[in-house]
Each structure stands twice: as C-alpha cells, then as structure tokens.
Design a protein around this ligand. Structure first.
Ligand SMILES: [Zn+2]
Length: 385
C-alpha cells in the first residue's frame, strides 16, 4: 500500500516542501530511503521504528520504501520523521488516510515516540502552506512560530500517539496557539548615557542615515557600551522585516524554543578570533555567518585591528550589495546581509594615544600599522537598510 504525507525540509536557510511517499509492499522485511538526504535525515528508520513500537504501533514486517520528493534537492535534519511515521501507519492501515490529504507533519521523533521541535519551523510551515497544506502537526515548541503563518491551522502535538489519534478523528489535548510576539528583553537605552556628546551624536547620525560607524577611543571609553545602544534608536522592525529576521534565526538555530515573532533588531558582536565562515557564512550544509545573523540589525566588531588579515575586506562586497553569495562544491547559497556595521578600536596599540593624562608608548611605526590594517578595510558604503 502507498501513503503520501506532506512535510518540509531545510537546506541551509532555505525551506521547501517535501512529499514523503511511503510504500509498504511484498518482499523480505527491509527499509530503503531514497531522496538525497543528509546523514541525520538518512537515519530516519532508526528513529521511526522504535518510536512506532514504543508508541504501541506495529512496525511493518514487509519491504518499506520511503521517497522524500523532490529527489534532486538535498535535505538536512530530521524534520520529516513524523511524516514518515504517519505514512507508515497509513500505508499499513493503522490510521485512516483521509485527514492526511491537506495536512503537513513536521518534527523529529524521539525513540519513545515524543515529538521534538526542529530548526526553521517558521520557514518549514510557510513552505508547507505554499504547497497547499491547510493544517500543520508540529511540536509544541515550534507552534508559536508556525502560528505566524496566516491561514494555516497549527496543532501542537506531544507525541506520535496523539497525532495518530487526531487522524482517527479524536480531539487534541493542546489548543492551537495564537500568533504572538517574543517577549522583548529590556533594551539598552541611549538615554542612560551621561556625557559622551560627540559619540551619541555620531550614533544618532549613523542610525538616521544608515551609515556604518568607526568608534576610536582609549580602553574604558565606553565604545561597546555605546554600540550596544544603537539598535534601541533604530526604527522598529516592520512586520515583514520581523518575519524575515525570525525565519533566519529560527533556521540558523540561534533562538530559544517556544518563542513567537522576533520584534527587536538583532545585535551581534563576534569575538575577533571569528573565522571567515563564522563571519561571512559557509560550510556544508551552508550556515549563515554573524554578518547575516545581524541582518536588519547591528554587527559590532570590537578591537578592529585584532581581526585576521583579509577578514574585513571580505565584508565589503556583502555590505554594499546587502547579500552574501556562497559558491561551494556542495552547492550555492545566498544569505541576506542588510546590516549596519559598527566597529571600534583603540587609537594605537597601547590604547592611550591622545589621552589627556596618560602617555602613549607606541613607536610611530606601530601607530601607522594599526591605522592601515583596520581603517583601510572599512567599507565607505551606506547601509542599505
Ligand atoms: Zn600607544
């Protein structure tokens, strides 16, 4: 017997709909998975079979073939586990297939049959909705994100048994969540800063005009304290920007589970030991870098002269175009990068050049090399906010 269950999968930040086709046919007991899955997705049988057994169902003792369509797209993660399990149950007539027609199932199964949330639930729910799903079964921790997709009915599910009971027509324990905003943490406020008239004015001009900024001052002058307060004076995220930021951070796995819409602009401050892939993005499956995680927000690079040679140069093109384009052997990926860059550095290697009471001990060569290595790399472009 054949069953089809809608689901969705991620590759990098990109979510796309997946049709899980499960065929249970004659032949020696066995399991074949086709459909270009990465290792976590290939292990689906090792999770789904114990989950079925421990939830009180019978794993089939015949030949099972699972196809994750479209077969030509790579898939990462375990977001299709629940759909595969429900497909097996439908193909072995353990649940009726009627409710599966317009329903998508997203989530990773624990061996005891519990449903776990997955990265990128917002994007996955949108992909399922675009592909025609009207109802979504997903883990409770991803439900507030999925509820942001207008028109999609979201059912938070605790375990496989609950999903199967719902397919048999029984009511669900948990209510569908209403769309909600993430609880905003109290923002660092520029109004708390006393003095620093010139620096505050510079921040205001940078915020108003979308200009990148370099703060130069001795240690303890409050450079990072000031930079941290820049997101607070930027305009509020528009509804569309908030969705974009939420989708991005959900797929990147930088959010705590169970949160709704992100309403605050991101502030990212990577350490100067950050790698090129950590700053710009990379690896396989492709992961966004700090630059893209600061999309629609602020990227703060402190101790600018400490960043490895060439790293700052690689920021210039993405900052000008507003996007990072990666071409790797494993495929191409594009990440957004509309980011306001704030950098900070000491005026010289010892930090005290120009200080009214402390003297600078650097040689002229040291001072010159610090200025060249960092400021020469900073883009003069305007942030395309
Ligand atoms: Zn010095």
């Amino acid at each position: 017997m054949l069953a089809q269950v809608r689901s969705a999968a991620l590759w990098g930040l990109e979510a796309f709909p997946v049709e899980c086709e499960v065929d249970v046919g004659p032949g020696l007991p066995g399991f074949v998975l086709v459909g270009f899955a990465d290792p976590a997705a290939r292990e689906v049988r090792e999770r789904v079979w114990p989950a079925l057994r421990n939830a009180g169902f019978l794993p089939p003792d015949r030949k099972v073939t699972v196809n994750l369509a479209p077969a030509e797209r790579r898939k990462e993660g375990a977001s299709c586990d629940l759909a595969v399990a429900l497909g097996v149950l439908a193909a072995t007539a353990q649940v009726p297939p009627e409710r599966l027609a317009r329903t998508a199932a997203i989530g990773e199964l624990a061996l005891d049959g519990r449903l776990r949330g997955v990265r990128g639930t917002l994007g996955l729910a949108e992909a399922a909705w675009r592909a025609g799903a009207m109802t979504l079964l997903c883990a409770a921790e991803g439900a507030p994100e999925a509820a942001l997709v207008g028109g999609l009915t979201v059912h938070p599910i605790a375990n496989l048994g609950e999903a199967a009971a719902w397919l048999r027509g029984e009511p669900l324990a948990a209510q569908a969540p209403a769309p909600s905003d993430e609880e905003p943490a109290p923002a660092d406020d520029l109004a708390e800063v006393r003095g620093q008239v010139v620096a505050r004015r510079a921040l205001e001009i940078a915020a108003a005009g979308g200009h990148h900024l370099l703060l130069v001052g001795p240690p303890g002058a409050g450079k990072s304290m000031l930079a941290r307060r820049l997101p607070g004076i930027l305009p509020a995220l528009t509804a569309e920007e908030a969705l974009t930021v939420t989708r991005l951070h959900s797929a990147a796995g930088t959010r705590a589970p169970g949160r709704g819409l992100m309403v605050r602009r991101p502030f990212r401050a990577p350490h100067h030991s950050v790698t090129p892939a950590g700053l710009i993005g990379g690896s396989s499956p492709p992961r966004p870098g700090e630059l893209s995680l600061a999309h629609h927000g602020v990227l703060f690079l402190d101790e600018l002269s400490e960043y490895r040679h060439g790293l700052l140069d690689s920021l210039r093109e993405p900052l000008e175009s507003g996007a990072v384009h990666l071409a790797r052997a494993s495929g191409r990926a594009s990440f957004p990068a509309r980011t306001l860059l704030v950098t900070a550095m000491n005026p010289c290697p010892c930090g005290w050049l120009g200080h009214p009471r402390r003297g600078c001990h650097c040689t002229p060569t040291q001072r010159a090399s610090q200025g060249r290595s960092s400021t020469a790399s900073i883009s003069r472009s305007k942030c395309p906010h």
